[in-house]
Design a protein around this ligand. Structure first.
Ligand code: DGL
Length: 264
């Protein structure tokens, strides 16, 4: 039987990671935690993100998670060590798998990374890539998260904003970067738009796909298909909003959602 997998994110975005996990491990049981009351993490400090992320991780362990996937790039970048210390179950962050995929497909050894302000300021991807012998060009794209949550995934305003960000990276030929890492849970929703605006020779890596592949790799070889497929979601703010906004991220309607208070 696959383990019960806890998936943690600052809100709805991590549902893109859950979506990828469901493709590779459809029989596992999943507990998804979206800390929507404290969204966005991408503009917050290390101290604040670590406080919320550790409380959320402990909650998932208490609920029976046997493995924790930190879907949130910002939480992985700022608080992975704190999260690992807060729980006794294995923890997988999103940065290393994304960096590893980028390294595997880059021919030039130069990779561009787009993410929230906090992820970029932490240089977590740059450090992970450097350890793999790859250099990084990092660009914060703070306007993408609110635009995507507004549902503006194919919208002229989002396209214009993306133009500005990507031109900034690639106008100078990005010093030879041949890979673009989507290092934020929300960006898979605008992947087609980003694909159109990114030079054709540049390959796109979705960190959600990379972490799902990593989780699959970590499953014991004799993991039998479970009879699972159970999904419970927890949110720290409106259940209705989670249901409405979460659907497009997961790619299907969400039923079982519980409101919880981690600050108690
Ligand atoms: N989940 C965050 C990330 O992947 C994006 C949303 C936020 O800023 O909280 O970085």
């Amino acid at each position: 039987m696959p383990p019960t997998i806890g998936v943690f994110d600052s809100g709805f975005g991590g549902l893109t990671v859950l979506r990828e996990l469901l493709k590779v491990l459809p029989d596992a049981d999943y507990l998804y935690f979206g800390d929507t009351a404290h969204l966005p993490y991408g503009a917050k400090s290390v101290r604040t993100v670590a406080k919320y992320a550790t409380a959320s991780a402990s909650f998932l362990e208490d609920q029976g998670a046997e493995m924790l996937v930190v879907a949130c790039n910002t939480a992985s970048a700022l608080a992975l060590d704190d999260i690992c210390r807060a729980v006794t179950i294995p923890v997988i962050g999103v940065i290393e798998p994304g960096a590893q995929t980028a390294k595997e497909i880059s021919k030039t050894g130069k990779v561009a990374v787009i993410a929230t302000e906090a992820t970029i300021s932490s240089h977590a991807y740059e450090k992970a890539l450097r350890r793999l012998g790859v250099s990084a060009i990092e660009k914060a794209c703070p306007l993408f998260v609110p635009l995507i949550e507004e549902g503006w995934v194919e919208h002229p305003v989002t396209e214009q904003v993306a133009h500005i960000y990507l031109d900034d990276i690639f106008s100078n030929n990005a010093q030879g970067a041949d890979v673009l890492v989507l290092a934020c849970t929300h960006y898979p929703l605008i992947r087609p738009l980003l694909r159109r605006l990114t030079p054709p020779a540049v390959q796109i890596v979705d960190s959600a796909e990379s972490i799902a592949a990593k989780v699959l790799e970590l499953m014991p070889p004799d993991t039998a298909a479970g009879d699972g497929g159970l999904l419970r979601c927890f949110t720290t703010d409106s259940v209705e909003k989670f249901r409405k906004l979460g659907g497009p991220f997961l790619g299907r309607p969400i039923q079982d959602i519980e409101l919880i208070d981690i600050e108690k």
